[in-house]
Structure formats: structure tokens, C-alpha cells
Design a protein around this ligand. Sequence first.
Ligand SMILES: C[S@@+](CC[C@H](N)C(=O)[O-])C[C@H]1O[C@@H](n2cnc3c(N)ncnc32)[C@H](O)[C@@H]1O
Length: 250
Amino acid sequence: MDATPYASDMQQIFPGEVFANTADFDTGIRQLLPRYDEMLEVISRCVPSSCDRILELGCGTGELSLKILQRCPDAQVIALDYSPRMLQFAESKIAAAGYQNRWSGIEADFGDWANNPEKFAIGREFAACVSSLAIHHLQDEMKFHLFQQIAVSLSSHGCFWNADPTLPESPVLVEVYQAAREEWATQQRINLGEVRDKKGTSVTQGYSSQDQLATLNTQLQMLTKAGFETVAVPWKYYGLAVFGGWLRGF
Ligand SMILES: C[S@@+](CC[C@H](N)C(=O)[O-])C[C@H]1O[C@@H](n2cnc3c(N)ncnc32)[C@H](O)[C@@H]1O
């Protein structure tokens, strides 16, 4: 999503922060991506409402955290993000909603967590792990390694759900997906040029760099190889997908 700079004076940002000003994120992401809320809603519905401990990777301004906290009344959410300014926004939003006792934001690179889990005092036995629009910034080898680390950090019936852009399987589909997005924006009377002008330009940070898309099929195979017994795609809209699965059964 940070792929193309549209203005020469763009401010440098971390991959995944998207906008030069964090205050533009919540409105801007809904203008850039069709069905953003629906996509996050699907993740929150796939997480059992009885979950106690939930790990979120790349929480950004806390939009998914909020949906999860609303649907899982007993859940403690441990949310990792390497961007202090995104975490700060998330923290204020979570506090304003009254969920501060059930949410902990941790400034950390999830690639670092995958490589050195012992450095982070967050433990294991999570009932669920969730992520949206973040993991696609890792190279494929690291995606697989992260999926492996998620698998060993879940309780035996734990689940993992990720929403991300995926690599189109053919050049024809690149055009189909792009056209669908542009038409959707026109129908919504969104001026994509104006929204893109608000984007920052990202430079590699830690384990993340500009979009490193993998096909959906490749990622489903990675999940199986990482130990997920059941893998599924509960939602897909052109090049965006929610995918993941359960370690055992279900
Ligand atoms: C596009 S935002 C999405 C935020 C939120 N999940 C949502 O759907 O609104 C991606 C977030 O992932 C974070 N991120 C990207 N790579 C990361 C990494 N390696 N470690 C931790 N956070 C990362 C960015 O800082 C950013 O807050």
C-alpha cells in the first residue's frame, strides 16, 4: 500500500504507517481500501467470543483492537506495533472507549518477536492471534517464520486470522483489481489522487519494507507447513483477503 509515491515532498514514514500524518489514517484508509470495516469485522467474527488472551500484530491506530475488544468481553489484547505514533493513537482511542484495562500496546517489531521471542515478556498460550494490513511488509521467508512463531505461541485450539493484500496470480488480474478499486472510489465520490497525496513515503524499517505481496495460495501453504491443521479464507474481495486457520480441528 505504500508502493507509489504520488508527491515529491512526501514525508518519510515506517512501512505500514501509510499517511504522513497519523491523524489522516482512520479516514484515509477507508478511502483507499474498499470494505475496510467489513474486512476487520470478519476477523473479529472468526475469533471465538470466549477468547481470553489475544495477540495482535501491527495494531496501527487500534481499529481492529477495538472490534475485537467489543466482540470478546473477557479478552486481554496484547498489541504489537513498531510505530510509536500509531501506538499513541491506538492507546488514546482504546482509553476513550473505556477498554484500557483490557489492552496493552507494546512498541516492537513483530519480525524481531518471531526471531527472538524470549526478548518479549508476553508469553505464549494465546487463544488467538490477529493482524490486518501489516504482515505483507515482510519478505516471504519472514512471513513463514512469523507464521511458525504464531503457531507455537497459540494454545492447542488457537486460531490465527490475517487480513492483507495478496499478489494477483496473473497480470490480467492486476488490472482487474485496480479497475475495481478505481471504480469503487468513483462511485463513493472519493478523489484517490487527493488521498494519495496525503501518503508518506516509506523506507525500510526493521523487518518491514514496502509491499512484499505473496499470493493467497502461497500463504495458505505456508500456514499448513507452519502447523495449522485447518486453513480457510473467510473473506476475499479482489486482491484483499482474510485468511488463517486453526491449529487443531474446528
Ligand atoms: C496499514 S497499518 C494497519 C493498522 C491496523 N492493523 C488496521 O488495520 O487499521 C499497518 C501497521 O503495521 C505496523 N507494522 C508494519 N510492519 C511492522 C513490523 N515489522 N512490526 C511491527 N509493526 C509493524 C505499522 O506501523 C502500522 O501501524
